[in-house]
Design a protein around this ligand. Sequence first.
Ligand code: FMN
Length: 264
Amino acid sequence: MAQDASLEQPGSPEAARDRTEALVRELRRGVYAAIFRRRDIRNFRPDPVPDEILGRILLAAHHAPSVGFTQPWSFVIVRDLEPRRAVKQAFEQARAQNAALFSGVRRDKFLALKLEGILEAPVNLIVTCELGRFGTAVLGKPGSEPVEIYSTCLAVENLWLAARAEGLGVGWVSIISNDALRSIFSIPPHVLPLAYLCVGYAEQFPTRPTLEETGWAPRLALEQLLHFDSWSASGDERARRLARLAREPRSWGGIFPADRMPEF
Ligand SMILES: Cc1cc2nc3c(=O)[nH]c(=O)nc-3n(C[C@H](O)[C@H](O)[C@H](O)COP(=O)(O)O)c2cc1C
């Protein structure tokens, strides 16, 4: 109760402490640095991940927002090589199916990409989502939208960013059938294996996404994605101005020194 009351008083010592510029600066720089320097990692060093660091990133995932505070996630920590070999086999099968969607040069390009680090990474993690963990009546779920899945994706992003802050790389491998994951890891039918993640120290964190670097896909321009007041108004002068402002070094003054700006 005392804590709630203090939060309501803008002049309280707690509120003043939270407003101190040093804390805000440190937080802002850290959060933005983790966001812009996070990458999907497919090449790992073999060094083990200390348990206290693994614990920290899992706790960060567990503190993600979730619909109705349902916390629908669980985490399967995989270190054994045997199940990972089975996952790698399932990946190869799914990769062949995925490759069949493309043709010609695009297909060759797809097949040349390294899209997983299942055996190299010292730890693999499965982030699961249990729909209806606390029954069907969920605060924040008036219809049938899979809001528990949205929540679990946020847990993955929390983990991904926390890992980046720890210098750890994470690679999401979705090119594996969920049936294969269920069977290899005895995951029950009501639990969805939402994300298969490879975790370990990265060989390097590329500045830009590998799929961008290799010419598979470009990053879309922010201005094309902004709509003002209605879907029909997009990509106009207001959008261009806002997107330009977002990229200008002066918008990041006090957060990143001019010579250490991330690549946008
Ligand atoms: C749901 C999801 C599934 C993904 N599956 C794969 C995958 O199977 N293999 C892979 O190499 N990258 C996978 N990725 C990583 C994306 O390719 C990557 O996030 C994107 O190219 C942008 O690069 P960045 O994460 O380095 O910014 C996946 C990402 C997400 C969010």
